[in-house]
Design a protein around this ligand. Structure first.
Ligand code: NFS
Length: 654
């Protein structure tokens, strides 16, 4: 049977699934070595068409019930649930899961902060006092004349409300532009505390509770906002306070950052704590000596996925690749240990690790994997775990037996554009503000700003949709801000450099050349999407571009998304006022009331943003640019430009 099954395995053309040359090279090697990756599994696993449309319900055991997407109102579930109820409930649970991931991460950061502030943890400290004061002031804490310690304690108590508060508004609601907040209050969208919102959403999606898609959407909007302006923003701000706010730094990316004659350690995951401690361990003289004694030139540390994006932004740690390259990188044979914490960690890594004798080490209580080695990380004694991981890697280096093949691809880009730095960069030390950005948008040199973020997904050609979309946007004078795997796609394509300005339209290129910045700005990890929210809030505050985030000429996209976290992020952008376009697939049936709600009514009825969907990057760009132009027109800044911008059709014609 097994042989028969193997002969049925579909072989795909490797060049069709990725544009990352290093990943392609490793997928070819994997095939030669008989190793399977998520690309193989995706080719051999047809997505369930009913599930893909979100037309099935399995929340009770009278079902699962399957509706017909071609005739959405022709049938209901056993309980009588309509297609709109079923899709809204499924979507709500996606948002809950995504929000829970980010808020739990943020709460972990807050736990660490509390222990540092109370003096129970000595290995970490408050590194960025200025940021601490700014964040404290942003939630109304008086900082004048107070010690750092006192401010930190007050801030901790205040931010804990983000999670545990039962009534009222989350603390960072104070940073939302007044008009946007007013809209949220009107429609009951303001989160109280994340735990309460998640609990209520899980309750309301139980059989026989909330059966009105619009009412369900009211609650999942609160949940999503508890992520963006709550858990994610707390994660970003506390990380900056403890580890330092990122500033631009040149970083090497792609698999060429691995070094054959070094002990190579890859950290892949999402929380910065373990990675920060790993950075200390790999520089520990005794461990460096141990590596040398084993015959290595030293220890080489690289990141992957989101914590990798965070560490490259904050400390310039090299980055080996994004989500769809995590199995491929092990096929180099050069990875002496892959150390993971939480989120986006494929279980398939364990098997690939076994094929190349690379230990996959889990470190977090929330994420164990069958077949992986577990070395528990503890914030109170961080080096115990990370030192042991390094020792494991050194011993694997000593016992390397398989041939090593490291792809040559390597790119240097500039990363680490926090929202604070964008301020400084555009305004200078003495007049740090978003005014120059707003001015350049008003005068038309910059047409608008787009956030392009999110995962890579084996259902589409890895990196290709990200890269083509971003190129199209900058060509049309749209400044692009990025996070997460998408940022890595563009970094590997060489677009995070000031030199990439030549790919931008004349207006954007001029601004980039004057300031010396890339046309594509990397802001960090996925929780750092909160930096984009704050940048939007600052743009509103500076004036000239309307009163709410929904007035801004901005748009967002996650063109290769795959996770529920991405759905939560997408919805908090929509609910904050941003038109947000997703690619790959969308869990919804067209021509339904729920579809109209997400893709139209959030903008028309509530005056916020709305969802968009397209698989094609050029069409996505066209949709986003059309939206930006619509907002420019509404602001009355569409006329009076010295230069007529070439529109998408003209460029296509060329
Ligand atoms: Ni964000 Fe996607 Fe994962 Fe990061 Fe990458 S896959 S939603 S980008 S690593 S979280």
């Amino acid at each position: 049977m097994a042989e028969k099954k193997a002969s049925k395995e579909k072989l795909f053309n490797i060049r069709d699934v990725s544009i990352s040359e290093s990943t392609i090279q490793m997928l070819e090697k994997a095939r030669r070595d008989g190793v399977e990756t998520a690309f193989d599994r995706a080719a051999n696993m047809k997505a369930c068409p009913i599930g893909a449309d979100s037309a099935c319900c399995k929340h009770c055991f009278m079902g699962p019930c399957r509706l017909n997407a071609k005739d959405p109102y022709g049938k209901v579930g056993v309980c009588g649930a309509t297609i709109d109820t079923i899709m809204a409930r499924n979507f709500a649970r996606n948002v809950v899961s995504g929000c829970a991931a980010h808020t739990d991460h943020g709460m972990g950061m807050l736990d660490l902060f509390r222990e540092v502030v109370n003096g129970h943890i000595k290995e970490y400290e408050i590194k960025d006092v200025q940021k601490l004061e700014q964040v404290a002031q942003s939630v109304g804490i008086e900082t004048e004349g107070k010690t750092t310690d006192a401010i930190a304690k007050e801030l901790y108590a205040e931010l804990e409300r983000t999670y545990t508060q039962i009534e009222g508004e989350i603390p960072f609601a104070s940073r939302v532009p007044a008009k946007t907040l007013e809209t949220w209050r009107k429609f009951n969208f303001v989160p109280r505390g994340a735990m309460r919102e998640i609990m209520e959403m899980m309750h309301r999606t139980h059989i026989g509770v909330d059966q009105d898609h619009e009412n369900i959407a009211q609650q999942f909007t609160r949940v999503a906002l508890a992520d963006g302006w709550g858990g994610s923003l707390v994660a970003t701000e506390i990380s900056d306070i403890l580890y330092g706010t990122p500033r631009p730094v040149a970083v090497e990316t792609d698999m060429g950052v691995l070094k054959e004659d070094y002990v190579n350690i890859i950290v892949h995951g999402h929380e910065p704590n373990m990675f920060e401690s790993m950075l200390v361990s790999v520089n520990e003289p005794a461990l460096v000596q141990a590596a040398k004694d084993a015959g290595a030139k030293g220890i080489n540390l690289a990141g992957m996925c989101c914590s990798g994006a965070e560490m490259m932004s904050r400390h310039g740690v090299p980055h080996a690749g994004n989500f769809m390259s995590t199995e491929a990188v092990i096929c180099t044979g050069a990875v002496d240990a892959m150390i993971v914490d939480i989120q986006c960690i494929k279980q398939g890594l364990v098997k690939v690790g076994q094929c190349y004798n690379t230990p996959i080490i889990t470190t977090n209580t929330r994420c164990h994997m069958d077949g992986a080695v577990h070395i528990q990380f503890n914030d109170h004694t961080p080096s115990e775990c990370t030192d042991e991981c390094v020792i494991k890697a050194i011993s694997r280096f000593k016992n390397r037996k398989l041939p090593i093949e490291i792809p040559r691809q390597k790119c240097v880009g500039i990363h680490g554009f926090s929202h604070e730095y964008i301020n400084y960069m555009l305004g200078g030390t003495f007049r740090a503000s978003y005014t120059p950005l707003n001015d350049n948008i008003i005068n038309g040199k910059i047409r608008g700003v787009a956030g392009v973020v999110g995962c890579t997904n084996p259902r589409v050609k890895q990196d290709w949709v990200h890269v083509e979309l971003v190129k199209e946007l900058i060509k049309n004078d749209v400044l692009v801000v990025q996070t997460g795997c998408s940022q890595v796609s563009l970094a590997n394509a060489g677009l995070l450099t000031p030199e990439a300005a030549h790919l931008a339209g004349a207006g954007l290129a001029e601004v980039c050349e004057t300031v010396g910045m890339p046309p594509v700005l990397g802001l960090g990890s996925c929780v750092d999407n909160s930096r984009i929210l704050i940048a939007c809030a600052e743009m509103v505050k500076m004036g000239g571009l309307g009163d709410s985030i929904a007035d801004l000429p901005v748009a967002g996209a996650a063109p290769e998304y795959m996770s529920e976290k991405a759905i939560s992020i997408g919805h908090y952008f929509v609910a904050s006022g941003v038109y947000t376009v997703f690619g790959v697939t969308f869990p919804i049936v067209k021509d339904t009331k729920f579809h109209k709600l997400l893709f139209n009514d959030f903008e028309e009825k509530y005056g916020l943003g709305k969802w968009g969907f397209h698989e094609d990057p050029y069409e996505m760009a066209r949709m986003m640019i059309a939206h930006i132009d619509k907002k420019r027109k509404a602001l009355g800044i569409d006329k009076g430009k010295e230069r007529v911008m070439m529109d998408f059709a003209d460029r296509q014609a060329l």
